[in-house]
Design a protein around this ligand. Structure first.
Ligand code: FMN
Length: 397
């Protein structure tokens, strides 16, 4: 089975992330595919994240011998094989059986870090064990402070090496595709309510068989509610709204977690300074992949502002719209230490499980290597502004 899936993911059928996206669309029910693919409201930020990379153009140095190119770097002191991190993506277990474990295993095999969402369908201990490399844990306060504290302690014990605190989710974004596809109705458990929407699932029998064999609808295994056990899937939207994170919370989180803290969801230099002053160890310039507040600027556009404000004090990461290795190069040229990617690997997971995630990582790795060679640059460490043209107003203060 694995072999067959690996083959289906190879060239010439799958050459780029868009091919993985199409393969995911073929295997997944619409409601699951759109959960990955969609964004908030008009999806303008989702599109802007990708388009921003086109506004930055490359400035190669030709006739340079680059037979050996070094993609390795460090992130928060951890050595990684390339400057790519798998971003926290909730509900991976809907995309593929034991999806979070499959993603962590693929990341470990590639020598990169995988970040696990609080909203995972697999137990965090099992995900840590599946990866052979450092893993990060992403924190939401769903279930309340005691529940989050228990999650933090479990993550610490299981060996997660950094904690990502996501700060851009005071409510879930208005994701219209999910509503149109009946995501809410399908979770209602009421047959009559579900009926108008079940066809999209019945036309994906392979996915359905795998989903049922994996135990059916996942629970949030790392959100254990006192006296009730793991949180049920249907309860998550309300739970998110009841658990808004504020800067105040960073104090007790800092006390509970004795390893690096990464703040994810930075959109402005003001928040970047605030997070840095409060003792964060790294930041992620992120708009949640255009899934939260639609109409915010693309992350690449915001990156220079954040780097110039805090880049000399703290490692700055970026996510949003990474679909090509050249996108990674551009982010690094503008000062990112590394990038995170969400959809690129989620498409792979939805298409073919771990084999698809491995293929997504491999596509981005070989893209990155080729881009460096074509740029005449020997290593990711050498990338800087001199390798790109940046629109003038991006750099103006
Ligand atoms: C399906 C999906 C689920 C996500 N779930 C979470 C989550 O649970 N926690 C979180 O901090 N970010 C979550 N994100 C946001 C990602 O971590 C990341 O910021 C985003 O995907 C980056 O944009 P990209 O998809 O264009 O790479 C999710 C993204 C997607 C696509």
């Amino acid at each position: 089975m694995m072999n067959h899936l690996s083959k289906a993911m190879q060239s010439p059928r799958v050459l780029n992330i868009e091919d993985l996206r199409r393969a995911a669309k073929r295997r997944l029910p619409r409601v699951v595919f759109d959960y990955i693919d969609g964004g908030a409201e008009d999806e303008s930020t989702l599109r802007a994240n990708c388009r921003a990379f086109e506004a930055v153009t490359l400035r190669p140095r030709c006739a340079v011998a680059t037979s050996v190119c070094n993609l390795q770097t460090t992130v928060l002191g951890t050595e990684v094989m390339m400057p790519l991190i798998l971003a926290p993506v909730g509900s991976c277990r809907l995309m593929y059986p034991r999806g979070e474990e499959a993603a962590a295993r693929a990341a470990g095999e590639a020598g990169i870090i995988c970040a696990l969402s609080t909203l995972s369908g697999c137990r965090l201990e099992e995900v840590a064990a599946a990866s052979r490399r450092p893993v990060w844990y992403q924190l939401y306060l769903v279930g309340g402070r005691d529940c989050a504290l228990a999650g933090i302690q479990r993550a610490q014990k299981a060996g997660f090496s950094a904690l990502i605190v996501t700060i851009d989710t005071p409510v879930a974004g208005f994701r219209e595709r999910d509503l149109r596809n009946g995501a809410k109705e399908l979770l209602s458990g009421n047959l009559g309510t579900m009926l108008p929407f079940v066809n999209q699932i019945l036309v994906r029998p392979r996915w359905l068989a795998a989903f049922l064999a994996d135990g059916g609808l996942m629970k949030f295994e790392n959100v254990v509610l006192s006296g009730k056990g793991p949180m049920h899937y249907a309860d998550v939207t309300a739970a998110l709204e009841q658990s808004v994170i504020t800067w105040e919370d960073l104090k007790w989180i800092r006390q509970a977690w004795n390893r690096p803290i990464v703040i994810k969801g930075i959109h402005t230099e003001e928040d970047a300074r605030r997070a840095t002053d409060l003792g964060a160890d790294a930041l992620v310039v992120s708009n949640h992949g255009g899934r939260q507040l639609d109409g915010v600027a693309s992350t690449l556009r915001v990156l220079p502002e954040v780097v110039s404000a805090v880049g000399d004090r703290i490692e700055v990461l970026l996510d949003g719209g990474i679909r090509r290795g050249s996108d990674i190069v551009k982010a690094l040229c503008l000062g990112a230490r590394a990038v995170m990617t969400g959809r690129a690997y989620a498409y792979g997971l939805g298409a073919a499980g771990g084999a698809g995630v491995s293929r997504a990582i491999e596509i981005l790795r070989s893209d990155l290597l080729r881009t460096l060679k074509l740029l005449g640059c020997m290593s990711v460490a050498e990338l800087d502004r001199s390798y790109v043209n940046v629109p003038r107003d991006w750099l103006a203060k």
